[in-house]
Design a protein around this ligand. Structure first.
Ligand SMILES: C[S@@+](CC[C@H](N)C(=O)[O-])C[C@H]1O[C@@H](n2cnc3c(N)ncnc32)[C@H](O)[C@@H]1O
Length: 545
């Protein structure tokens, strides 16, 4: 940086001295990483330089001093871009880079900065072009390694964004050591449409096999911290929420595209009359140009309602956090994932990796089917689920809730059975009663899985107790039958997977039974998705290696 300093020492008139001092001050602030302050001083420098260029160019054009002024203007714009990029003000950073490149088409430092900004905006192909152009500059020879690393990174992310082929196996096998892998944003075979559940939802435009990625999105903002217990924990949570709101507010203020996509989210009111945005709005490559300058503001009250309805907690029942200290609590906003409705028969799950959320199919999904994940624990009885949905501010309209509501309303025996459960009936007896009851209540086929999921607690207890199994084992279906039927309706779930693993261990004393092993791997794929392509990595996650 020092080597590139302003070289107008011979000219001793006022503005040039001022320029010199502003530039030194701005450089110092930049080196001290005081981004906001350095932006302010660079702005003064840039404004004064421009005035100086036009006045010098007017009366007494001295090509040499104009060239020097333009050169330092280009560098100042580039440095301001760098500071703005550090503050994630990518839009303004891009403007600075473009203006600097108007002065010097192949300015190496600016091309490097612009490439990084484009990467920050998830525009991988454009970033790649930028780094390739930077290679043509003579300065590239001194920085060949840096540029090459960026080029490789762009190629990898561009490929991921196009194909959805992500692989976290090596990171898992290294026990999540080092920085978490850089991921590209990806949108699979999905569209946003009107949902029968409420408002808009995400829908499959093709058949999606269990484990396949549906989307990968970077958080608009995310806040993490260790909560602690009791009052202290509550206080910490409030502070985190305040910080999170501030972060989202900043992102929304700085970027028109973010403002546009966040504004499209539900406030929880009048969902059925909300616009149905094109999926293209969420593709970084397409959306930036059309709404980068979106001027419409987003008032605080609306933003708070949006955050209330759409923020996700990392450690949720249908989510899994990878490579992060388990003590950490994290809350974030991922815009496209916010269009996913809840269902008590969900077909998707999410995985949190760094600031990204990866949503994948937890069972096979058919073309046209709505993609849903569980906002709360769906391995619970209807009444409990109703309470949880209520605390989320809605009444669940999924087909399982409808089916169970009718059964509950029309069947005295079911109500009595639930009362028995509340009084703490023996788990073996309870499972036997449900299984026998289903014959009388004419609950058949897939619907059996729904009730088994509702009363999962007692099934879990019996299959985990040798004493209960000795007494009831022959009168009830095998654990494998129950796991199959439950995962068939609610998709893969960690508890189902764990039960299958333990069951196999007990039955065979190991994991050598190929058919059962295949089933377990399939459940694993539903829980973790296809991002774990190496068998060894999947086995590590399943705890069988
Ligand atoms: C994160 S948003 C989901 C997308 C939303 N439907 C939209 O149009 O933007 C969450 C809101 O969707 C609605 N919702 C989600 N799942 C639902 C369900 N199973 N039944 C009824 N409403 C649901 C609720 O109003 C909830 O507050």
């Amino acid at each position: 940086m020092r080597g590139e300093q302003f070289e107008l020492e011979e000219d001793r008139d006022g503005p040039l001295e001022l320029l010199q001092s502003l530039r030194s001050k701005a450089t110092e602030l930049l080196l001290r990483e005081e981004w906001e302050e350095s932006i302010k001083v660079y702005t003064e420098f840039i404004d004064l330089s421009r005035r100086q260029v036009s006045s010098t160019g007017g009366s007494d054009p001295d090509p040499d001093s104009i060239a020097k002024l333009r050169k330092s203007l280009c560098l100042a714009l580039c440095n301001r871009a760098e500071a703005r990029a550090r503050l994630r003000d990518f839009l303004e950073a891009m403007r600075d880079c473009d203006q600097a490149l108007e002065i010097e088409k192949t300015h190496f430092k600016t091309l490097l900065c612009k490439g990084k900004v484009l990467l920050g905006l998830s525009k991988y192909s454009l970033a790649l072009e930028c780094f390739k152009t930077a290679l043509l500059d003579p300065q590239a020879s001194d920085n060949l390694e840096t540029v090459t690393v960026y080029i490789e990174k762009c190629k990898k992310l561009e490929f991921q964004a196009k194909t959805g082929a992500f692989d976290l196996s090596d990171w898992i096998l290294s026990e999540f050591r080092g920085k978490c892998p850089e991921l590209a944003e990806f949108i699979g075979s999905i569209e946003i449409k009107k949902s029968e559940l409420s408002g808009r939802g995400l829908f499959a435009t093709k058949n999606i096999v269990a484990g396949t990625l549906v989307l990968v999105t970077k958080a608009v903002a995310i806040e993490r911290g260790i909560l602690g217990n009791g009052e202290c924990g509550e206080k910490a949570q409030l502070i985190m929420w305040k910080n999170f709101v501030e972060e989202v507010t900043e992102s929304v203020r700085k970027c028109g595209r973010t403002r546009r996509v966040v504004s499209a989210l539900s406030t929880g009111q009048g969902e059925d009359s909300l616009e149905i945005p094109e999926i293209a709005l969420f593709r970084p490559d397409e959306a930036f140009e059309t709404c980068g300058d979106w001027k419409q503001s987003l008032d605080t009250e609306k933003l708070l309602s949006i955050l209330d309805v759409n923020s996700l907690v990392e450690d949720a029942v249908s989510g899994k956090v990878m490579g992060k200290n388990k003590e950490y609590y994290g809350v974030g906003l991922w815009t496209l994932a916010s269009f996913i409705n809840h269902s008590c028969i969900p077909n998707a799950r999410r995985l949190h990796v760094g600031d990204y959320v990866i949503v994948h199919a937890s069972r096979d999904i058919k073309t046209g089917e709505e993609i849903s994940f569980a906002y709360f624990d769906v391995l619970s009885p209807l009444e409990k689920r109703k309470e949880m949905a209520e605390s989320w501010g809605f009444c669940c309209g999924c087909s399982r809730c409808k089916f169970e509501s009718v059964l509950y309303a029309t069947n005295q025996e079911v109500r009595e059975f639930e009362m028995g459960l509340e009084r703490g009936v023996d788990a073996g007896n309870a499972v036997y009663m449900v299984e026998e009851g289903m014959k009388r209540w004419k609950v058949k086929g897939k619907d059996k899985g729904l009730l088994r999921a509702s009363y999962w607690g007692v099934y879990d207890e019996i299959y985990n107790s040798e004493r209960l199994m000795k007494r009831w084992g022959r009168k009830i279906p095998t654990m494998e039958v129950v796991v199959d039927s439950v995962s068939d309706v609610v998709g893969s779930d960690e508890r189902l997977m764990k039960m299958a693993v333990e069951g196999m261990m007990k039955k065979h004393g190991g994991f050598s039974n190929i058919v059962e092993m295949e089933k377990i791997m399939k459940l694993g794929k539903g829980v973790y998705g296809k991002v774990v392509s190496k068998k060894k990595a999947m086995k590590t996650l399943l705890g069988i290696e």
